[in-house]
Design a protein. Sequence first.
Length: 390
Amino acid sequence: MNIGIDRISLHTSNYFVDLRTIAEARSVDSDKYYLGIGQEKMGIPPPDEDVVTLAASAAYPLMQDGELENVELLLFATESGIDYSKAAGIYVHGLLEMNSRCRTVELKQACYSATAGLQLAIGFVARNPSKKALVIASDIARYELGSPGEATQGCGAVAMLVTADPRLVAIDSESGFYTEDVMDFWRPNYRSEALVDGKYSTMVYIHTLIESWKQYAELSGRTLADFGRFCYHIPFTKMAEKAHQKLCRKFKVDIDKDTLTALLDESLRYSRIVGNCYAGSTYLGLTSLLDTAEEDLAGKRIGLYSYGSGCVGEFFSGVVQPGYREFLYADQHRILLENRTELTYQQYEDIFNYAVPTDGEEYVFPQYKTGPFRFSGISRHKREYESLVD
Ligand code: HMG
Protein backbone atom coordinates (compact mmCIF):
# COMPACT_ATOMS: atom_id res chain seq x y z
CA MET A 1 0.00 0.00 0.00
CA ASN A 2 1.29 3.45 -0.93
CA ILE A 3 1.09 6.10 1.79
CA GLY A 4 2.01 9.74 1.50
CA ILE A 5 0.92 13.29 0.82
CA ASP A 6 -2.58 13.52 -0.60
CA ARG A 7 -3.04 17.32 -0.53
CA ILE A 8 -0.65 20.17 0.28
CA SER A 9 -1.62 23.77 0.97
CA LEU A 10 0.36 26.76 2.16
CA HIS A 11 -0.23 30.11 3.70
CA THR A 12 2.09 32.99 4.48
CA SER A 13 1.68 36.57 5.63
CA ASN A 14 0.06 39.10 3.31
CA TYR A 15 2.99 41.42 4.14
CA PHE A 16 6.60 41.23 3.07
CA VAL A 17 9.74 43.29 3.21
CA ASP A 18 12.08 43.43 0.24
CA LEU A 19 15.68 42.59 1.10
CA ARG A 20 16.75 45.70 -0.83
CA THR A 21 14.99 47.67 1.92
CA ILE A 22 16.94 45.78 4.59
CA ALA A 23 20.17 46.19 2.61
CA GLU A 24 19.67 49.96 2.45
CA ALA A 25 18.92 50.20 6.18
CA ARG A 26 22.02 48.16 7.03
CA SER A 27 24.29 49.81 4.42
CA VAL A 28 24.92 46.46 2.77
CA ASP A 29 25.12 45.79 -0.98
CA SER A 30 21.74 44.25 -1.87
CA ASP A 31 23.53 41.70 -4.08
CA LYS A 32 24.74 40.06 -0.89
CA TYR A 33 21.13 39.09 -0.25
CA TYR A 34 19.80 38.71 -3.79
CA LEU A 35 22.83 36.81 -5.11
CA GLY A 36 24.99 35.85 -2.11
CA ILE A 37 22.29 34.09 -0.07
CA GLY A 38 19.70 33.93 -2.87
CA GLN A 39 16.83 35.68 -1.07
CA GLU A 40 14.64 38.52 -2.35
CA LYS A 41 11.74 38.98 0.07
CA MET A 42 10.72 37.86 3.54
CA GLY A 43 7.17 37.29 4.76
CA ILE A 44 6.49 39.35 7.91
CA PRO A 45 3.44 38.51 10.04
CA PRO A 46 1.29 41.44 11.26
CA PRO A 47 0.32 41.58 14.96
CA ASP A 48 -2.93 39.67 14.37
CA GLU A 49 -1.22 36.72 12.66
CA ASP A 50 0.55 33.94 14.58
CA VAL A 51 1.42 30.28 14.02
CA VAL A 52 -2.18 29.29 14.75
CA THR A 53 -3.74 31.61 12.17
CA LEU A 54 -1.06 30.79 9.58
CA ALA A 55 -1.70 27.07 10.15
CA ALA A 56 -5.49 27.29 10.13
CA SER A 57 -5.38 29.43 6.98
CA ALA A 58 -3.06 26.89 5.31
CA ALA A 59 -5.45 24.03 6.12
CA TYR A 60 -8.63 25.97 5.32
CA PRO A 61 -8.81 24.91 1.62
CA LEU A 62 -8.74 21.28 2.79
CA MET A 63 -11.69 22.01 5.05
CA GLN A 64 -13.55 23.70 2.20
CA ASP A 65 -12.94 20.65 0.02
CA GLY A 66 -14.30 18.31 2.68
CA GLU A 67 -10.88 16.65 3.08
CA LEU A 68 -10.78 16.82 6.88
CA GLU A 69 -13.45 14.18 7.44
CA ASN A 70 -11.80 11.05 8.83
CA VAL A 71 -8.75 12.93 10.10
CA GLU A 72 -7.97 11.24 13.39
CA LEU A 73 -4.49 12.64 13.92
CA LEU A 74 -3.45 16.30 13.86
CA LEU A 75 0.28 16.93 14.26
CA PHE A 76 1.31 20.56 14.61
CA ALA A 77 5.02 21.11 13.99
CA THR A 78 6.50 24.39 15.20
CA GLU A 79 9.36 26.02 17.03
CA SER A 80 7.36 29.24 17.51
CA GLY A 81 5.01 27.77 20.11
CA ILE A 82 2.55 30.09 21.87
CA ASP A 83 2.05 28.03 25.02
CA TYR A 84 4.25 25.66 27.01
CA SER A 85 1.29 23.44 27.72
CA LYS A 86 -1.55 23.58 25.24
CA ALA A 87 -0.84 22.37 21.70
CA ALA A 88 -1.33 25.10 19.10
CA GLY A 89 -3.01 22.44 16.96
CA ILE A 90 -6.00 22.41 19.30
CA TYR A 91 -6.86 26.00 18.34
CA VAL A 92 -6.56 24.97 14.70
CA HIS A 93 -8.74 21.92 15.33
CA GLY A 94 -11.40 24.27 16.75
CA LEU A 95 -11.16 26.88 14.00
CA LEU A 96 -11.49 24.18 11.35
CA GLU A 97 -14.39 22.50 13.19
CA MET A 98 -12.69 19.13 13.04
CA ASN A 99 -14.12 15.94 14.54
CA SER A 100 -13.51 15.53 18.25
CA ARG A 101 -12.30 11.97 17.62
CA CYS A 102 -8.81 13.20 16.80
CA ARG A 103 -5.43 12.98 18.52
CA THR A 104 -3.81 16.43 18.51
CA VAL A 105 -0.25 17.18 19.60
CA GLU A 106 2.50 19.71 18.98
CA LEU A 107 5.93 18.54 17.84
CA LYS A 108 9.25 20.34 18.24
CA GLN A 109 12.75 19.79 16.88
CA ALA A 110 13.67 23.05 15.19
CA CYS A 111 13.02 22.86 11.45
CA TYR A 112 12.92 19.06 11.43
CA SER A 113 9.67 18.45 13.32
CA ALA A 114 7.30 18.42 10.33
CA THR A 115 9.28 15.53 8.88
CA ALA A 116 8.97 13.67 12.16
CA GLY A 117 5.24 14.48 11.89
CA LEU A 118 5.04 13.18 8.34
CA GLN A 119 6.75 9.90 9.24
CA LEU A 120 4.58 9.45 12.35
CA ALA A 121 1.49 10.15 10.25
CA ILE A 122 2.57 7.52 7.72
CA GLY A 123 2.90 5.00 10.58
CA PHE A 124 -0.60 5.95 11.77
CA VAL A 125 -2.11 5.47 8.30
CA ALA A 126 -0.29 2.15 7.85
CA ARG A 127 -2.18 0.92 10.89
CA ASN A 128 -5.47 2.70 10.02
CA PRO A 129 -5.60 2.78 6.21
CA SER A 130 -9.09 4.24 5.99
CA LYS A 131 -8.16 7.16 8.26
CA LYS A 132 -6.25 10.34 7.52
CA ALA A 133 -3.69 12.46 9.32
CA LEU A 134 -3.16 16.20 9.03
CA VAL A 135 0.39 17.46 9.50
CA ILE A 136 0.79 21.23 9.72
CA ALA A 137 4.14 22.96 9.92
CA SER A 138 3.85 26.59 10.97
CA ASP A 139 6.62 28.98 12.01
CA ILE A 140 7.82 32.54 12.21
CA ALA A 141 11.59 32.89 11.73
CA ARG A 142 13.03 35.73 13.82
CA TYR A 143 16.60 36.88 14.35
CA GLU A 144 17.80 40.09 15.98
CA LEU A 145 17.55 43.27 13.93
CA GLY A 146 20.88 43.97 12.29
CA SER A 147 22.24 40.45 12.92
CA PRO A 148 23.62 38.28 10.07
CA GLY A 149 20.52 36.09 10.36
CA GLU A 150 18.12 39.01 9.83
CA ALA A 151 17.98 38.57 6.06
CA THR A 152 16.96 34.92 6.51
CA GLN A 153 13.70 35.54 8.36
CA GLY A 154 10.28 34.68 6.97
CA CYS A 155 7.05 32.99 7.98
CA GLY A 156 4.57 30.48 6.71
CA ALA A 157 2.62 27.32 7.23
CA VAL A 158 2.18 24.21 5.13
CA ALA A 159 -0.70 21.78 5.72
CA MET A 160 -0.35 18.23 4.43
CA LEU A 161 -3.01 15.59 4.37
CA VAL A 162 -1.47 12.12 4.77
CA THR A 163 -3.47 9.16 3.44
CA ALA A 164 -3.28 5.74 1.84
CA ASP A 165 -3.14 5.88 -1.98
CA PRO A 166 -2.12 9.55 -1.94
CA ARG A 167 -2.90 11.70 -4.95
CA LEU A 168 0.29 13.80 -4.82
CA VAL A 169 3.41 12.02 -3.52
CA ALA A 170 3.82 8.43 -2.26
CA ILE A 171 6.59 8.41 0.34
CA ASP A 172 9.17 5.61 0.03
CA SER A 173 9.79 3.43 3.06
CA GLU A 174 13.58 3.92 3.09
CA SER A 175 14.97 6.80 5.08
CA GLY A 176 18.33 7.93 6.46
CA PHE A 177 18.31 9.96 9.66
CA TYR A 178 20.84 11.36 12.06
CA THR A 179 20.90 13.04 15.48
CA GLU A 180 23.82 14.84 17.11
CA ASP A 181 23.88 17.18 20.11
CA VAL A 182 25.26 20.46 18.70
CA MET A 183 24.64 24.18 19.38
CA ASP A 184 24.38 25.65 15.91
CA PHE A 185 21.04 27.41 16.38
CA TRP A 186 18.76 27.58 19.41
CA ARG A 187 16.21 29.77 21.16
CA PRO A 188 16.12 29.67 24.97
CA ASN A 189 12.60 29.86 26.45
CA TYR A 190 13.15 33.46 27.58
CA ARG A 191 13.97 34.82 24.13
CA SER A 192 11.79 35.71 21.17
CA GLU A 193 14.69 35.72 18.68
CA ALA A 194 16.83 32.74 17.77
CA LEU A 195 20.57 32.64 18.51
CA VAL A 196 22.75 31.14 15.84
CA ASP A 197 26.35 30.30 15.06
CA GLY A 198 25.67 31.01 11.39
CA LYS A 199 28.68 29.60 9.55
CA TYR A 200 28.89 26.61 11.86
CA SER A 201 25.18 25.89 11.26
CA THR A 202 25.79 25.66 7.52
CA MET A 203 28.57 23.13 8.13
CA VAL A 204 26.44 21.00 10.45
CA TYR A 205 23.59 21.11 7.89
CA ILE A 206 25.93 19.61 5.28
CA HIS A 207 27.56 17.07 7.59
CA THR A 208 24.09 15.84 8.62
CA LEU A 209 23.03 15.65 4.98
CA ILE A 210 26.00 13.47 4.10
CA GLU A 211 25.39 11.13 7.05
CA SER A 212 21.65 10.88 6.27
CA TRP A 213 22.30 10.29 2.57
CA LYS A 214 24.85 7.52 3.30
CA GLN A 215 22.24 5.59 5.29
CA TYR A 216 19.50 6.23 2.74
CA ALA A 217 21.70 5.07 -0.13
CA GLU A 218 22.73 1.94 1.71
CA LEU A 219 19.14 1.03 2.61
CA SER A 220 17.59 1.82 -0.76
CA GLY A 221 20.41 0.97 -3.15
CA ARG A 222 19.60 4.20 -5.01
CA THR A 223 22.16 6.65 -6.30
CA LEU A 224 21.97 10.41 -6.87
CA ALA A 225 21.08 9.66 -10.50
CA ASP A 226 17.76 8.08 -9.45
CA PHE A 227 16.02 11.37 -8.66
CA GLY A 228 14.05 13.66 -10.94
CA ARG A 229 14.29 16.55 -8.49
CA PHE A 230 15.55 17.36 -5.00
CA CYS A 231 13.85 19.34 -2.25
CA TYR A 232 15.99 20.64 0.57
CA HIS A 233 15.32 22.40 3.83
CA ILE A 234 15.72 26.02 2.68
CA PRO A 235 16.93 28.50 5.32
CA PHE A 236 18.00 30.53 2.28
CA THR A 237 18.07 29.26 -1.28
CA LYS A 238 21.86 29.33 -1.67
CA MET A 239 22.12 26.88 1.24
CA ALA A 240 20.13 24.26 -0.69
CA GLU A 241 22.22 24.77 -3.82
CA LYS A 242 25.50 24.53 -1.93
CA ALA A 243 24.33 21.47 -0.05
CA HIS A 244 23.48 19.64 -3.24
CA GLN A 245 26.78 20.58 -4.84
CA LYS A 246 28.66 19.36 -1.76
CA LEU A 247 26.70 16.09 -1.69
CA CYS A 248 27.52 15.49 -5.36
CA ARG A 249 31.19 16.35 -4.86
CA LYS A 250 31.46 14.06 -1.83
CA PHE A 251 30.05 11.12 -3.82
CA LYS A 252 31.99 12.01 -6.96
CA VAL A 253 29.05 12.99 -9.14
CA ASP A 254 29.76 15.77 -11.63
CA ILE A 255 27.20 18.55 -11.50
CA ASP A 256 27.26 21.69 -13.61
CA LYS A 257 25.24 24.86 -13.02
CA ASP A 258 22.50 23.96 -15.53
CA THR A 259 21.93 20.53 -14.02
CA LEU A 260 21.83 22.03 -10.54
CA THR A 261 19.23 24.55 -11.70
CA ALA A 262 17.16 21.83 -13.39
CA LEU A 263 17.17 19.67 -10.26
CA LEU A 264 16.51 22.38 -7.68
CA ASP A 265 15.24 25.67 -9.03
CA GLU A 266 11.47 25.00 -9.04
CA SER A 267 11.64 24.00 -5.37
CA LEU A 268 13.38 27.27 -4.44
CA ARG A 269 10.95 29.70 -6.08
CA TYR A 270 8.57 30.20 -3.16
CA SER A 271 11.31 30.30 -0.52
CA ARG A 272 13.16 33.05 -2.39
CA ILE A 273 10.17 35.38 -1.82
CA VAL A 274 8.79 34.01 1.46
CA GLY A 275 11.98 33.30 3.42
CA ASN A 276 12.68 30.65 5.98
CA CYS A 277 9.57 29.23 7.59
CA TYR A 278 11.53 26.78 9.71
CA ALA A 279 9.46 23.58 10.12
CA GLY A 280 7.55 24.28 6.93
CA SER A 281 10.55 25.11 4.80
CA THR A 282 11.20 21.72 3.17
CA TYR A 283 7.48 21.46 2.38
CA LEU A 284 7.30 25.01 1.09
CA GLY A 285 9.97 23.74 -1.30
CA LEU A 286 7.92 20.67 -2.21
CA THR A 287 4.81 22.82 -2.80
CA SER A 288 6.84 25.19 -4.95
CA LEU A 289 8.16 22.28 -6.99
CA LEU A 290 4.77 20.64 -7.56
CA ASP A 291 3.00 23.96 -8.24
CA THR A 292 5.52 25.56 -10.57
CA ALA A 293 7.29 22.79 -12.50
CA GLU A 294 6.33 23.08 -16.16
CA GLU A 295 7.29 19.47 -16.79
CA ASP A 296 4.78 16.84 -15.69
CA LEU A 297 6.54 15.26 -12.71
CA ALA A 298 4.31 12.16 -12.53
CA GLY A 299 6.42 9.06 -11.90
CA LYS A 300 9.49 11.08 -10.89
CA ARG A 301 11.24 10.32 -7.64
CA ILE A 302 11.93 13.38 -5.46
CA GLY A 303 14.77 13.34 -2.92
CA LEU A 304 13.92 15.27 0.25
CA TYR A 305 16.31 16.49 2.92
CA SER A 306 14.93 17.90 6.14
CA TYR A 307 17.25 19.53 8.67
CA GLY A 308 16.54 20.92 12.12
CA SER A 309 19.32 22.58 14.07
CA GLY A 310 20.42 21.09 17.30
CA CYS A 311 20.36 18.74 15.34
CA VAL A 312 18.33 16.11 13.48
CA GLY A 313 18.41 15.53 9.73
CA GLU A 314 16.62 13.08 7.46
CA PHE A 315 17.00 12.15 3.81
CA PHE A 316 13.97 10.39 2.34
CA SER A 317 12.11 10.28 -0.93
CA GLY A 318 8.76 10.06 -2.64
CA VAL A 319 7.28 9.40 -6.05
CA VAL A 320 4.96 11.94 -7.68
CA GLN A 321 1.62 10.36 -8.55
CA PRO A 322 -0.13 10.41 -11.95
CA GLY A 323 -2.73 13.20 -12.22
CA TYR A 324 -1.26 15.06 -9.24
CA ARG A 325 -1.78 18.48 -10.84
CA GLU A 326 -5.54 18.24 -10.44
CA PHE A 327 -5.16 18.16 -6.66
CA LEU A 328 -2.82 21.10 -6.14
CA TYR A 329 -3.76 24.55 -4.83
CA ALA A 330 -1.31 26.21 -7.21
CA ASP A 331 -3.66 29.02 -8.31
CA GLN A 332 -4.51 29.98 -4.72
CA HIS A 333 -0.82 30.04 -3.85
CA ARG A 334 0.02 32.20 -6.85
CA ILE A 335 -2.75 34.69 -6.01
CA LEU A 336 -1.60 34.88 -2.37
CA LEU A 337 2.04 35.44 -3.29
CA GLU A 338 1.30 37.97 -6.02
CA ASN A 339 -0.99 40.12 -3.89
CA ARG A 340 1.05 40.74 -0.77
CA THR A 341 1.65 44.25 0.56
CA GLU A 342 5.19 45.56 0.73
CA LEU A 343 6.31 47.09 4.05
CA THR A 344 8.54 50.10 4.41
CA TYR A 345 11.56 49.72 6.66
CA GLN A 346 9.79 51.59 9.47
CA GLN A 347 6.68 49.44 9.19
CA TYR A 348 8.86 46.32 9.29
CA GLU A 349 10.69 47.51 12.41
CA ASP A 350 7.43 48.51 14.14
CA ILE A 351 5.91 45.09 13.48
CA PHE A 352 9.14 43.37 14.53
CA ASN A 353 9.16 45.23 17.86
CA TYR A 354 5.49 44.63 18.55
CA ALA A 355 5.11 42.20 21.46
CA VAL A 356 1.95 40.40 22.54
CA PRO A 357 0.90 41.95 25.89
CA THR A 358 1.63 39.73 28.89
CA ASP A 359 -0.14 41.61 31.72
CA GLY A 360 -3.39 39.63 31.67
CA GLU A 361 -5.50 42.65 30.69
CA GLU A 362 -7.96 42.75 27.80
CA TYR A 363 -6.65 43.70 24.36
CA VAL A 364 -8.33 43.85 20.99
CA PHE A 365 -5.83 43.90 18.12
CA PRO A 366 -6.20 46.14 15.08
CA GLN A 367 -7.20 44.29 11.96
CA TYR A 368 -4.54 43.77 9.30
CA LYS A 369 -4.86 41.75 6.13
CA THR A 370 -4.78 38.06 7.08
CA GLY A 371 -6.15 34.81 5.70
CA PRO A 372 -9.52 33.46 6.82
CA PHE A 373 -8.51 33.52 10.50
CA ARG A 374 -6.97 36.16 12.74
CA PHE A 375 -5.54 36.49 16.23
CA SER A 376 -8.07 39.08 17.38
CA GLY A 377 -7.06 39.77 20.97
CA ILE A 378 -6.02 38.49 24.33
CA SER A 379 -7.98 38.42 27.55
CA ARG A 380 -6.89 37.14 30.97
CA HIS A 381 -3.89 35.46 29.28
CA LYS A 382 -6.17 33.61 26.83
CA ARG A 383 -5.60 34.07 23.11
CA GLU A 384 -8.69 34.84 21.09
CA TYR A 385 -9.08 33.91 17.45
CA GLU A 386 -11.64 35.08 14.97
CA SER A 387 -12.91 33.42 11.84
CA LEU A 388 -13.49 35.85 8.98
CA VAL A 389 -15.47 33.27 7.00
CA ASP A 390 -18.99 31.91 7.56
P1 HMG B 1 26.91 36.51 6.71
O1 HMG B 1 28.00 35.83 7.45
O2 HMG B 1 26.61 37.91 7.03
O3 HMG B 1 27.12 36.40 5.16
O4 HMG B 1 25.56 35.68 6.86
P2 HMG B 1 28.46 36.15 4.32
O5 HMG B 1 29.41 37.23 4.56
O6 HMG B 1 28.93 34.73 4.49
O7 HMG B 1 27.84 36.32 2.88
C1 HMG B 1 26.91 35.42 2.41
C2 HMG B 1 27.25 35.10 0.96
O8 HMG B 1 27.03 36.28 0.19
C3 HMG B 1 28.71 34.71 0.76
O9 HMG B 1 28.75 33.73 -0.27
C4 HMG B 1 29.34 36.00 0.23
O10 HMG B 1 30.49 35.78 -0.58
C5 HMG B 1 28.19 36.55 -0.59
P3 HMG B 1 29.54 32.35 -0.01
O11 HMG B 1 30.93 32.71 0.33
O12 HMG B 1 28.84 31.70 1.18
O13 HMG B 1 29.35 31.61 -1.29
N1 HMG B 1 28.27 38.00 -0.81
C6 HMG B 1 27.95 38.60 -1.95
N2 HMG B 1 27.56 38.10 -3.15
C7 HMG B 1 27.31 39.00 -4.16
N3 HMG B 1 27.48 40.33 -4.02
C8 HMG B 1 27.88 40.87 -2.84
C9 HMG B 1 28.14 39.98 -1.76
N4 HMG B 1 28.53 40.17 -0.48
C10 HMG B 1 28.62 38.95 0.09
N5 HMG B 1 28.02 42.18 -2.73
C11 HMG B 1 24.77 33.47 7.37
C12 HMG B 1 25.37 34.36 6.31
C13 HMG B 1 24.29 32.17 6.75
C14 HMG B 1 25.82 33.17 8.44
C15 HMG B 1 23.57 34.23 8.01
O14 HMG B 1 22.59 34.53 7.06
C16 HMG B 1 22.92 33.47 9.15
O15 HMG B 1 23.42 33.42 10.28
N6 HMG B 1 21.72 32.88 8.88
C17 HMG B 1 20.97 32.14 9.89
C18 HMG B 1 21.49 30.72 10.05
C19 HMG B 1 21.17 29.82 8.89
O16 HMG B 1 20.28 30.10 8.09
N7 HMG B 1 21.86 28.68 8.80
C20 HMG B 1 21.62 27.71 7.76
C21 HMG B 1 21.93 26.29 8.19
S1 HMG B 1 21.12 25.86 9.73
C22 HMG B 1 19.46 25.62 9.27
O17 HMG B 1 19.15 25.57 8.12
C23 HMG B 1 18.47 25.51 10.38
C24 HMG B 1 17.58 26.73 10.56
O18 HMG B 1 16.61 26.78 9.54
C25 HMG B 1 16.93 26.73 11.95
C26 HMG B 1 16.17 25.50 12.43
O19 HMG B 1 16.54 24.36 12.19
O20 HMG B 1 15.22 25.72 13.17
C27 HMG B 1 18.38 28.03 10.47
